[in-house]
Write a protein that binds this ligand. Structure first.
Ligand code: FES
Length: 317
């Protein structure tokens, strides 16, 4: 049994939301409530094709009888979005993992600035609606290549605090530097979108000294390979096993071969499902989930891509 057991759900509804984007509504087989989540959370879809993919929840955390995710058909799909668009149908049963949240909202912020690029609107939509519901000060910059590719734009356009930018109507992408520089340093900034946008946002956050910058990645900042350097040993504190991780093997693969119960999904260090507590030793971090301070604390690690800086680690497994 995994620590995040799978739930079987039914595809209740699929909707065209924009060019290349469908939303998928999932409900429990018996119509019961699904596990609670907070804005910014994602779920892993375990597709019948054997592929596991993470998708952000766009529906309200108050709606406990359904989850809604938005899925962009990725031209370079390795089987996830292509399966959803071409084969998944209303009525199908699929397995999902309960929601996880690597992108939590700080609801105490005096003002929140949300920035979405393309399909990055899915968690941002949920966050925007939640902050509005709570009566908080929030604004949203929603960018897409064109209006026809911008999911949920019609409903958002009717709301105060929403600004849209379509590259084909504005001769190119938005001036993110000018946008961020015109906001207050006390604002909290959240961005979800394509990798180049996230990289630019992250860099500008450092350059402009913005202390409250949050991002959600569904792909690594740059191609990442699991640490596969020299051999090291890993002690599993709970099961009292000793696992040797030879050069050329990822820590996740070594753990799975040793029979350890480790959740995993993306294997790219971005979904957070393989996060494991470190009890001793220094990890070599390669993931895109942990902040600098979380990395420095050495309390947890993503075992799919990260490894060991010394000769041994002790993990809470
Ligand atoms: S499996 Fe996704 S972060 Fe490790």
């Amino acid at each position: 049994m995994t620590s995040n057991p799978l739930i079987t759900v039914r595809v209740q509804c699929m909707r065209f939301e924009a060019e290349g984007v469908v939303s998928v509504e999932l409900v429990a087989l018996d119509g019961a409530e699904l596990p609670a989540f907070a804005a910014g959370a994602h779920i892993d879809l375990h597709l019948p094709s054997g592929v596991v993919r993470s998708y952000s929840l766009s529906s309200s955390p108050l709606e406990r009888r359904r989850y809604v995710v938005g899925v962009l058909r990725d031209r370079n799909s390795r089987g996830g979005s292509r399966y959803v668009h071409e084969q998944l149908r209303v009525g199908a049963q699929i397995k999902i993992a309960a929601p996880r949240n690597n992108f939590p909202l700080d609801e105490s912020a005096p003002h929140t600035v949300l920035i979405a690029g393309g399909i990055g609107i899915t968690p941002i939509l949920c966050m925007f609606n939640e902050l509005k519901r709570l009566g908080k000060s929030v604004e949203l910059l929603y960018c897409a290549r064109s209006r026809s590719e911008a999911a949920y734009v019609a409903a958002l356009n009717e709301q105060d605090g929403v600004c849209t930018h379509f590259d084909d109507e504005c001769d190119g992408p938005p001036d993110l530097r000018a946008f961020l520089a015109s906001r207050k340093a006390s604002d909290h900034f959240y961005c979800c979108g394509p990798t180049p946008m996230l990289n630019a946002f992250e860099k500008l956050g450092v350059e402009l000294n913005l202390p409250h910058v949050h991002i959600e990645r569904f792909a690594p900042a740059e191609p990442v390979e699991a640490v596969q350097g020299s051999e090291y040993e890993v002690k599993l504190a709970r099961s009292q096993k000793l696992v040797r991780v030879p050069a050329g093997k990822s820590l996740l693969d070594a753990l799975l071969e040793a029979g350890a119960d480790v959740d995993h999904s993306c294997r790219e260090g971005v979904c957070g499902s393989c996060e494991t507590r470190v009890l001793d030793g220094t990890p070599e971090h390669r993931d895109g989930v942990l902040s600098q301070s979380e990395r420095a604390s050495c309390k947890t690690m993503m075992v799919c891509v990260s490894g060991c800086k010394g000769a041994s680690l002790v993990l809470d497994l």
